[in-house]
Ligand binder design. Structure first.
Ligand code: ATP
Ligand code: MG
Length: 538
């Protein structure tokens, strides 16, 4: 194998200009004077600016023999300095060995080569260059050298690197997302799944590959659920709605019957923002959360019921009086009627009036008992439409005797237009009753001064309603305003400290709020705010 010397860059023409090339064409070749001269004489159009040595000593592979103006300009190197292996000092030291090795290796087999290395620019910055070397042969078939063309690919590499990183990041995020996640195309073909998705398949004794990339999501749904129950159909409708472009995203909690019993899932679907459409579907199992929520609701209802019973027990005297009043009136009217009839009176207007009063008082007494029965029952009636003014009036009637007995004046200030709210009637009544009892007790504790309770109802914005109970009682310090909602926080000898705490949990279940404020003159105001569509069923 003859010893060879190697030449260097020449301009690359249009392609380079378009890409704002760093280098140009490089010519490598046996560096005997004969070859150098011939290369110079035969320089094609693109090589016009090549400067070459008339005579060059024999060199080893990788030695430059010709360099174009562009290469010299970009590197800021003098022609003389770049010749031989001078140009290599512009190649990054980490890439130098590999560069020379590749050129030598290619030369052994007279093969073309493609190299990537960093080349130092005149301003000192290293730029990534793809250098493609094409062998040139002498007329006798021996290797005359190479012509290499360099293209600056720094930006391309930066973009490629960012793309790779972003892809790696995306697939890492996708793979590790909580729940069972699949990305599907417009027709339902699965294009990606996460680890959770495969694990779910394994747990169900299904080969994960049969429900992964390439399978059809809708076919799997059909196979797994049989689409027999309403929840499965609703879930499918949510997915198809998003895939069809009806909406950007959707969410649904659904249950499905399995061999282990009923399992709950939180389904969320997000449209894929790409021309081909599709969606990312995630199923997160929430069975345990649902059971915990159900249990919490049962406990809250039981506690609320116990408190209602306790409160009504405390109001027993008041309620007995409320029932006793119409009963006494009935007795009196009945006796009077009997006397009139005994005296031989025919049916007069007096008798008719007395009988009507008897009927009205009987209705009043049975109405009080009906309300009591409702409050004492464990009935849970979520989502009924409730007229707030009526509910306030009904609840106030339960404490009327106490109010009168203590000389407390009660006022109701109702908004003219108040939308009905969708709540559990008994529970909202319990909240208002708690507030009224607290207000009465606060006024009683104050012992002197004005004795007034003002119940205000008002619409708050377009979709909320507020009930406020203001009293002229003992009031509270600003630090106590929050503490009073904690369980067992009480300042009363006979208090349990659960009234406000249970009221807050009832309101939270209805997506409502309750808070207290100090009145400007005296006492507190307890505010209850509820969305019109407040019932969560929870
Ligand atoms: N209108 C009010 N004015 C002043 N303090 C109040 C008022 N309402 C509640 N509080 C304070 O908040 C505490 C907690 O009230 P909460 O209704 O939760 O429990 P309670 O009334 O003490 O007992 P119960 O469980 O029987 O209702 C009360 O003990 C009282 O100190
Ligand atoms: Mg209370």
């Amino acid at each position: 194998m003859p010893r060879r010397a190697w030449g260097s860059f020449a301009p690359r023409g249009a392609v380079h200009r378009r890409r704002r090339p760093l280098g140009g064409r490089i010519q490598y070749g046996p560096c005997r004077a004969r070859v150098a001269r011939r290369a110079g004489a035969a320089a094609p159009a693109g090589h016009r600016s090549v400067r070459q040595r008339a005579r060059a000593p024999a060199r080893r592979a990788g030695h430059a023999r010709e360099l174009n103006e562009r290469w010299l300009h970009v590197t800021g190197c003098r022609f003389e300095d770049a010749l031989d292996d001078g140009w290599l000092s512009y190649v990054h030291s980490d890439d130098r060995e590999e560069t020379v090795k590749t050129i030598r290796w290619a030369a052994e087999g007279h093969a073309p080569f493609t190299l990537e290395y960093r080349l130092r620019r005149a301003d000192g910055e290293h730029r990534w260059v793809i250098d493609h070397g094409v062998p040139r042969r002498s007329t006798d078939g021996t290797l005359a050298g190479y012509i290499g063309s360099g293209v600056d690919v720094t930006e391309l590499r930066t973009v490629q690197k960012a793309l790779l990183e972003s892809n790696a990041l995306r697939s890492a995020i996708f793979g590790s997302v909580y729940g069972h996640v699949a990305a599907i195309g417009r027709a339902g073909a699965i294009i990606a799944v996460n680890d959770g998705w495969r694990r779910l398949a394994e747990a169900n004794g299904v080969n994960p590959d049969s429900v992964s990339v390439g399978a059809n999501y809708f076919d799997i749904c059909q196979r797994v659920t049989g689409m027999t129950d309403g929840d499965a159909r609703r879930a499918l409708a949510v997915v198809t709605g998003v895939v069809a472009g009806d909406r950007e995203r959707a969410q649904l909690e659904y249950s499905t019957r399995t061999s282990d019993g009923v399992r709950w899932f939180d389904l969320s679907v997000e449209a894929l923002r790409r021309a081909e459409g599709g969606a990312v579907i995630s199923h997160v199992e929430i069975t345990r959360r649902r059971y915990a929520e159900d249990e919490a609701r049962r406990q809250r209802d039981a506690l609320a019921h116990a408190l209602r019973v306790t409160t009504l027990g405390e109001l027993a005297a008041s309620l007995a009086h409320e029932i006793n009043q119409p009963l006494s009136a009935i007795v009196m009217n009945a006796k009077a009627t009997a006397r009139l009839l005994d005296a031989g009176a025919t049916v007069t207007d007096d008798i008719r009036g007395a009988l009507r009063d008897i009927a009205a008082d009987g209705t009043r007494a049975s109405e009080i008992i009906r309300r009591l029965r409702v409050l004492l029952s464990k009935e849970h009636l979520p989502g009924r439409t409730v007229d707030v003014k009526e509910l306030v009036a009904e609840t106030t009637s339960l404490v009327e005797y106490d109010l009168r007995r203590r000389g407390i004046d009660i006022r109701s200030v109702h908004a003219a237009e108040l939308p009905a709210v969708s709540v559990d009637r008994v529970q909202l009544q319990q909240v208002v009753l708690n507030l009224l009892v607290n207000a009465i007790e606060a006024i009683a504790a104050a012992g002197e001064g004005p004795c007034t309770i003002t119940v205000t109802t008002a619409a708050r914005g377009a979709d909320r309603v507020e009930i406020a109970v203001a009293d002229t009682g003992v009031g509270a310090t600003s630090t106590d305003l929050e503490r009073m909602f904690e369980p067992f926080a009480t300042t009363k000898t006979n208090g349990l400290g659960m009234g406000l705490s249970i009221s807050r949990s009832i309101l939270r279940a209805h997506r409502g709020t309750i808070w207290a404020t100090v009145n400007a003159d005296r006492g507190l105001t307890l505010h209850v705010e509820l969305p019109i569509e407040g019932d969560s069923g929870a």
